[in-house]
Design a protein around this ligand. Sequence first.
Ligand code: SF4
Length: 122
Amino acid sequence: MSESRAFAKAPASLASSPDDLRVDPTVSCSRCDAVCCRLTVVVMPEDDVPEHLVDRSSQGLNVMARGEDGWCAAVDPLRMRCTIYDRRPGICRKFAMGSAYCRDEREKYLRGDAKVIPLSLR
Ligand code: SF4
């Protein structure tokens, strides 16, 4: 999720197949429900995330806290935007808009696999 991220290509480090590098130009964060911000986000020591937004997972990892709705605690639920955009974790910075991972999460969301907030994905 972002304010207006535009990636030409997914990072090769996240690719496990050639299709992973294909970015769908029709996908836009501005027309999404911040689907990626429902995923577990590990906070690394080098990240500069406000402490009150960091939780401890059952595996002992520092992760972004989540609300009862399942969204990251840093999401503005009215605008579906990151409220700590300039301080978001590195993993969020690497998540490529329109990449295979992004598309897969959006498809799961559209199918209703994510049984949380009502769908308004466009
Ligand atoms: S820190 Fe920001 S970009 Fe990362 S999951 Fe939370 S709301 Fe989304």
